[in-house]
Design a protein around this ligand. Structure first.
Ligand code: HEC
Length: 107
């Protein structure tokens, strides 16, 4: 009985980690942390309202567009020295979280 419980728990755990890694659903709260720790906020503003004309606003931008832009910068399909460096070490999950966060912000 105990073994059955353990194997059911392991199965549940492995299912949840599979869905987490396939995960495209970003978590805005995690995205907010990343925006601070990865310094995005320094140029794009914490809520995506950029303080400087040379940095684009991200506030309320479509989530799918943010995912595409960040993935393109990471893969260097879109080139900009700053953003290629900033996106270079983001995982797919990081990108999903950041996109969920900035797309959910309002001015
Ligand atoms: C040093 C300043 C700086 C930092 C830090 C920075 N960015 Fe950027 N970001 C830029 C600039 C400049 C551009 C415009 C690049 C271009 O001309 O293609 C840009 C463009 C973008 C775009 C595309 C916007 C659009 O409208 O196409 C996204 C999305 C983005 N940044 C997200 C981020 C995220 C997420 C982070 C943190 C991981 C980050 N940026 C960190 C300066 C910065």
């Amino acid at each position: 009985m105990k073994n059955l419980f353990i194997s059911a728990t392991l199965m549940a755990l492995s299912f949840s980690s599979v869905s987490a890694s396939a995960a495209a659903k970003g978590d805005p709260a995690t995205g907010e942390e990343l925006a601070k720790t990865r310094m995005c906020a320094g140029c794009h503003g914490l809520n995506g309202v950029s303080p400087m004309p040379v940095y684009p606003h991200l506030v309320g931008q479509h989530e799918a567009y943010l995912i595409k832009a960040l993935t393109d910068f990471r893969e260097k399909r879109r080139t900009d020295p700053t953003m290629n460096a900033m996106a270079g070490n983001l995982t797919d999950d990081d990108i999903a979280h950041l996109a969920a966060y900035f797309s959910s912000q309002t001015r």
